[in-house]
Design a protein around this ligand. Sequence first.
Ligand code: AQP
Length: 337
Amino acid sequence: MDKNINSTEKKKVIFSGIQPSGNLTIGNYIGAVRNWIDLQNEYYCYFCVVDLHAITVRQVPADLRKRTKEVLAIYLAAGIDPEKNVMFVQSHVPAHAELAWVLNCYTMFGELSRMTQFKDKSRLHSDNINAGLFTYPVLMAADILLYQTDLVPTGQDQKQHIELARDIANRFNAVYSPTFVEPQPYIPKTTAKIMSLSDPTKKMSKSDFGGGSVGILDSRDDIIRKIKRAVTDSGSEVCYGEGKDGINNLLNIYTAFSGKTPEEAEKEFAGVGYGVFKEAVGETVADSLKEIQEKFKMYMDDKDFLDGLMEKNAEIAYSNARKTLSKVYRKVGFYHP
Ligand code: AQP
C-alpha cells in the first residue's frame, strides 16, 4: 500500500508510541495499544517504539534491544495492521533527534522546568537526573511535529507534554511562517487509567518491579496470582466508592477486559467477597490476553518478517519526516546546496 504522506490528504494524522523501557503492562494495553486498533481505520497512523526516550532512564543494552522487537511484536499481535499503519522504531529515523535539537532552541528552560513528569522521574531516579530526562518533552514534540500530526492519542498523564508541543509549534510558526500543524491530545473518554496493584493510588508502570504491574506477556498463573494479591480495603462489597481505590481499579480492569459496563460488573459481583471477585478478574484478564500472547510468539519466531517490517517502515517514516525537516532547516537558515 502507498504510505506516502501525500496520499493522506483526506485523513488526519495520528502519532503515538510506547517506550521499550520494561515489559508492557495491561495499563499500556488498555491506555494505548487497544485504542489504536479502532483508530487505524479512520486515521493515517504512525505507531512508534520510542527507544530514544527509553534511555533517559538507564537500560540494560541487551534488554533494550530485545524489548524493542517485542514491543513491535505486541503491536502486531494486538491487531495493529502493518499494511495500514507506519510501525517503526524511533532510532531508525534520525530525523527525530535532528528536529529535537532544533526545537530545543525554541523551548524555554522555564517551560521544561514545569513538566510534572520531569519532577516525578527526577525523584524516582535521583542518581541520574540527566539532561535527556529534562528535554524529553522536546524530543516528544519532535516526534509529533515531524509528521504534521493532528492528534496524539494518550493518557491524561501526557497532556502537559502535548500542550508544550503545541506551544513550540506555535512559537516556531510565529517566528517564521506556518510550518507545523498544531497537535491536539486525543484522550478516549472510556479509557481508564490503570493503577498499580500494590499501591492503587499510583499509575501501573512497566518499570515497577514490586508486583504492582501485570505484564501483557505474563503467564496465566502469574496474572491470577498478582491480581489475587492486589491491595484492597478492609470492606467486603464489590462496588465503586471513595476510599476503595483497589476495588475501583480492579473494577476498571474487569470492565476494560470484559466489555461490561461498571453497573453490570457491580451487579454481577453483588454479595460475593473480594476473593471470588479477584479470581474472576484474574481469569478474565488471562483469557483476554491468551490470543495476543499466542500471536506474539508467532511474530517473535519470524525474525525476518519483523526486521523487514522495521526496515521498510523506517524508510516510509523517514521519507515523510524528511519533508518537514527540510522545511525547518530552510526556515532557520541552514545552508544546504
Ligand atoms: N497505567 C496506565 N494506564 C493507562 N494508560 C497507561 N499508559 C501507560 N501506563 C498506563 C499509556 O501508555 C502509553 C505509553 O507509555 P510510555 O511507554 O510512553 O511511558 P509511560 O506512560 O511512562 O509508561 P510506563 O509504563 O509508566 O513506563 P515507565 O515505567 O518506563 O515510565 C501512554 O499513552 C500512556 O498514557
